[in-house]
Ligand binder design. Structure first.
Ligand SMILES: [Fe+2]
Ligand SMILES: [Fe+2]
Length: 482
């Protein structure tokens, strides 16, 4: 049996509860749209829903189910919606949106009669009328139903969610550093020709997928920080994380995402066959050395084929190892004798690998490009080197000011980018955590949203003037992101 961290179950409880509530409540809403209040089917649906609500109340106390943008939160924990449950959640979201209701709170155990009144109240208002939420709220007060409250649909308040997601961030951080440890272990076992624990790798990548689905900002932030010293291990983990986050955005199903993560994690495994001196050589490689270096995709493929433990995962891993230096137009290396389209995994990993290889300092490339420049290069080569659709999604994901970027604002304040806007038009207006200087060091200030405008003038309140080098300010960006 795979070992399970005891805290993990606890962290997943809100998701289980939230999901169960949404499913039962949506069923009830749908039923109420068809049957009248006293129909026997409604009695049954009410009974089921009351049981769910009250058992959550008994184990958890009061709870709030909140919808913000397309995300669902159970007491501020984001619910990961599985593909199976997605249609139900969508129905729930649409019904709530029509009524301008953004949250439903249960303060104490609820009676069947009150729940019945509430559900039929929800069905009464007209669609898309702004006062719907108020109507429901007033009616609940008027009818003296104190166990249920509704809140108006509103825009995302990130700070609230940030405060409540400390545990989640800690978990993401753990997944990141455990993955680095794992890559080290695997490289060592290959060097010593020992077997290694494949199940551990699979499990870790499943954890990484869960963490990315829940909130990818911490993991992407960690991947974007450039001051680590052990390039090769970090590079492997970063490629896995970029690949998972990218894969999720282009709609790769969850169960395949962890395979994609594995393929990303071990894409450069062939480098274990390249002499160490060459990997750490300063300056340009000779043509002979270059051809040795370019053998790593084939070496990696051979290694993977030899490892029987990988089982059916092998084919996926090979896509990452063999194809990651092949370009979209099938040039690049290894040279192909027979032209065959590059796999989806291969195309995703190529993009992730290219970006991470250029963005960080390392021996061959002591001065890293700023990400803005790399994304420009990628856009230019899109359609030739890279799959254009994937590049587009990747650029939106990274943003021109990636998470963790230290920036100077036109108000002369310094800040660190903590969240990128989903709206591509606002790619240069992320959320930024301001820094202030006190007691000899920089400290976390408040989070500002650069898309905010001044009410009177209509101008943006704050804008980014330029990016700054955190080393010059002796800043450990990671501390501010966590
Ligand atoms: Fe490579
Ligand atoms: Fe690589």
């Amino acid at each position: 049996m795979p070992e399970q961290r005891p805290t993990l179950d606890h962290e997943h409880l809100p998701i289980k509860f939230g999901t169960e509530f949404v499913i039962r409540f949506s069923r009830l809403l749908r039923g109420a749209a068809i049957y009248d209040q006293n129909h026997v089917n409604i009695d049954r649906l009410i009974h089921e829903c009351v049981q769910t609500i009250n058992s959550i109340i008994r184990s958890h106390g009061n709870f709030i189910l909140k919808v913000a943008r397309d995300n669902f939160f159970f007491n501020s924990t984001r619910i990961i919606v599985s593909a199976d449950n997605y249609p139900v959640f969508k129905v729930f979201w649409q019904e709530m949106k029509k009524r301008r209701i953004g949250e439903v709170e249960f303060l104490e155990e609820v009676s069947g009669e009150h729940l019945r009144e509430f559900v039929y109240l929800l069905l009464r208002p007209e669609e898309n009328n702004e006062s719907n939420y108020l109507y429901v709220k007033k009616q609940l007060e008027y009818r003296n139903i104190r166990s249920i409250e509704v809140g108006e649909l509103e825009f995302f308040k990130d700070e609230e969610i940030y405060v409540d997601s400390e545990g989640q961030k800690k978990h993401s951080k753990e997944v990141y550093f455990r993955s680095i440890g794992l890559v080290k272990e695997v490289v060592e076992s290959i060097n010593q020709q020992k077997a290694f624990n494949i199940r551990k790798a699979k499990r870790l990548m499943q954890n990484a997928v869960d963490a990315v689905l829940q909130d990818d900002s911490t993991l992407l932030g960690l991947a974007n920080i450039k001051n680590y010293d052990e390039y090769i291990f970090n590079h492997s983990v970063n490629v896995a994380i970029y690949a998972i986050a990218l894969g999720q955005r282009i709609g790769i199903p969850k169960k395949h995402l962890s395979h994609l993560g594995m393929a990303g994690l071990f894409h450069d495994i062939g480098k274990t066959r390249i002499p160490k001196e060459m990997l750490s050589k300063m300056g340009k490689l000779s043509p002979e050395e270059q051809s040795v270096m370019r053998s790593h995709p084939v070496a990696g493929t051979e290694l993977i084929m030899k490892m029987k433990e990988w089982g059916e995962l092998s084919a996926r891993m090979i896509e990452g190892a063999f194809e990651h230096h092949l370009r979209y137009d099938l040039t690049g290396y290894p040279r192909l004798t027979r032209k065959k389209k590059i796999s989806l995994f291969g195309r995703v990993i190529t993009v992730a690998d290219f970006y991470d290889a250029l963005v960080r300092p390392r021996v061959h490339n002591r001065f890293p490009y700023v990400s803005e420049k790399i994304l420009g290069i990628m856009l230019e080569r899109s359609g030739k080197d890279f799959d254009p659709a994937i590049v587009k999604v990747f650029i939106n994901m990274i943003g021109i000011f990636p998470l963790g970027t230290l920036v100077l604002l036109n108000t002369n304040e310094m800040g660190i980018v903590t969240q990128i806007q989903e709206d591509t038009e606002l790619i240069d207006r992320p959320r930024v955590c301001l820094l202030y200087y006190g007691d000899g060091e920089y400290r976390k200030g408040k989070i500002v949203d650069l898309k905010e405008r001044d009410n009177a003038t209509g101008e943006f309140k704050k804008s980014i003037v330029k990016t700054l080098d955190p080393n010059e300010y002796n800043l450990n960006v990671a501390e501010f992101l966590m």
